[in-house]
Design a protein around this ligand. Structure first.
Ligand SMILES: [Fe+2]
Length: 315
């Protein structure tokens, strides 16, 4: 982590990104809130396919990924989409500095902080219209160790945070500038050819050693959700294979076949969630290292990742 921080401090100072300083930073994706029309289906998907641990609390479905009290919260609602991205700061000082940067656009919400089990929280909406929850001091529950009834041997979290989220925005340049102001740096760009006449430009950004915690693209109208996909990374390669078997058994559609991404080099498969956006389940991604060079590519994958039945996120 020290090498990463040194690199990140140097690169931010060197690039003068967003007019911010390295102290003022989001450090990780802390949690994700979803509203879904079928909580039972999400519980089955979360537990039986993803191998997460379910906790039902006051009618909400909480899904655990590690020793944090929860990482995904699913509430009943018609949106069938991600409705809250929890951006975590590593310290109160980072939280306060980021809050100051957001200024009047953020609203401190002690009631929501208590509900989320964090020390402090402020709500803001990003330029794509995604509801975001800046926070610090999440609840760790090592006295209730994470257990997977599906037998998954854990996920890569810790300093890399929960995973990544991919969001639709029609203003990628503005979106990139906004998140640079919150401490993110560009990892790379991919111009994804989706047809003979259509190329989708995707931007990937990091805020810790994970290759990308946030990605975004001006997705066409066929993508009707704010969230294109979420991602979890397993510790063991076999857990991706076991999840494919569990998905087939549970009748969960695979939306993109097993493949190796061209930029983070993650070996992954994509499932169709009960809310009809995608969930990437992968292993073996490379991390951001000192001397990182931003590159562009023309394809999202070295091999595989064949779309099954067209884009999933189609309303
Ligand atoms: Fe992804």
């Amino acid at each position: 982590m020290a090498a990463y921080l040194m690199h990140n401090q140097a690169s931010r100072k060197g690039e003068g990104q967003g007019g911010g300083s390295w102290e003022m930073a989001i450090s990780a994706l802390g949690y994700v809130c979803i509203r879904a029309s079928d909580l039972k289906a999400w519980e089955r998907f979360g537990v039986e396919v993803l191998g997460l641990q379910a906790v039902v609390s006051d009618g909400s479905l909480l899904l655990r990924v590690d020793n944090r009290a929860w990482r995904f919260r699913v509430d009943l609602g018609d949106e069938d989409d991600v409705v809250g991205v929890g951006w975590e700061c590593a310290s109160e000082a980072d939280y306060l500095a980021t809050l100051a940067h957001l200024g009047d656009s953020a609203t401190v919400d002690p009631v929501l902080a208590a509900a989320r089990g964090v020390r402090a929280l402020a709500r803001f909406t990003d330029p794509a219209g995604m509801a975001c929850e800046l926070h610090w001091g999440p609840t760790d529950a090592p006295h209730q160790p994470f257990t997977s009834s599906a037998g998954v041997n854990g996920f890569v979290t810790g300093e890399q945070g929960l995973g990544h989220v991919v969001i639709v925005t029609q203003d990628p340049a503005g979106f990139e500038a906004f998140y640079k102001g919150l401490g993110f740096s560009v990892s790379d760009y991919i111009d994804m050819r989706m047809g003979p006449d259509f190329v989708l430009p995707i931007t990937f950004m990091h805020c810790n050693p994970r290759h990308h915690t946030l990605a975004f693209a001006p997705a066409p109208a066929v993508f009707t959700k704010k969230c294109i996909h979420l991602m979890l990374q397993t510790r063991d390669l076999d857990d991706v294979g076991f999840a494919i078997d569990r998905a087939e058994k549970a009748g969960t559609p695979i939306s993109m076949t097993l493949g190796r991404h061209s930029n983070d080099e993650m070996l992954s498969v994509y499932f169709d969630t009960p809310s009809n956006f995608e969930f990437e389940y992968g292993w073996g991604a490379r991390v951001i290292e000192p001397g990182w060079q931003v590159e562009r590519r023309d394809a999202i994958s070295k091999w595989g990742h064949k779309m099954v039945g067209g884009p999933v996120n189609r309303g």
